[in-house]
Design a protein around this ligand. Structure first.
Ligand code: ZN
Length: 184
């Protein structure tokens, strides 16, 4: 939270002292989204036997770039990423005793399908990926946590800001490769 305030203050200073930059930023407002590379957000909602996850990550964190693929190598990287998300049971491991199974996966990254625009400086653009995962658990009373294995699958990710909402309340937890277990 403190870091966010510092960042916000820095952005405000930048916006007031460099009006041309602010103008540029405004022009692209609907394409851009403020994000920090290496940091993703994970919303976890537990509702009875339903465990819903929503992940929002800079594309950089899961791909290493933030534009539609331009080479065979980049296309292969995108395909590999989609495969990892489709097999999300390996990315997220709920409490074993709760007997959860992955029911659905939805990945959205519109920038990956965007057509290149002549003269556009793609490097200046930022883009996110949004993904939803639904697990159905047959022993919901035993569901008390989630092992977040994103860091192994996507080494560019350094931190995941997680938010958990259950019938008992909510909590925010900062996860990293050294502290990847979310419990509630
Ligand atoms: Zn970015």
């Amino acid at each position: 939270m403190q870091l966010n305030l510092v960042l916000l203050a820095a952005l405000l200073v930048a916006a007031t002292t460099t009006p041309t930059f602010a103008q540029h930023d405004h022009d692209h407002a609907h394409h851009q989204h403020a994000h920090v590379h290496g940091v993703a957000k994970l919303d976890v909602a537990v509702d009875g036997g339903n465990l819903s996850l929503h992940l929002e990550s800079p594309l950089e964190g899961v791909l290493g770039f933030e534009h539609a693929p331009r080479s065979d190598k980049e296309r292969a990287t995108v395909a590999e990423m989609r495969k990892k998300f489709a097999d999300a049971g390996k990315l997220f491991a709920p409490t074993t005793a709760a007997q959860c199974r992955l029911k659905s996966v939805q990945v959205e990254a519109p920038s990956l399908d965007a057509k290149p625009v002549a003269g556009q400086k793609a490097a200046a653009e930022h883009a996110d990926l949004d993904a939803d995962f639904l697990f159905i658990c047959t022993q919901p009373a035993k569901l008390t946590g989630l092992d977040v294995r994103l860091f192994q699958a996507f080494p560019n990710l350094r931190r995941v800001e997680a938010q958990v909402v259950t019938g008992k309340g909510q909590k925010a937890v900062r996860l990293s490769s050294k502290m990847r277990f979310l419990s509630w």
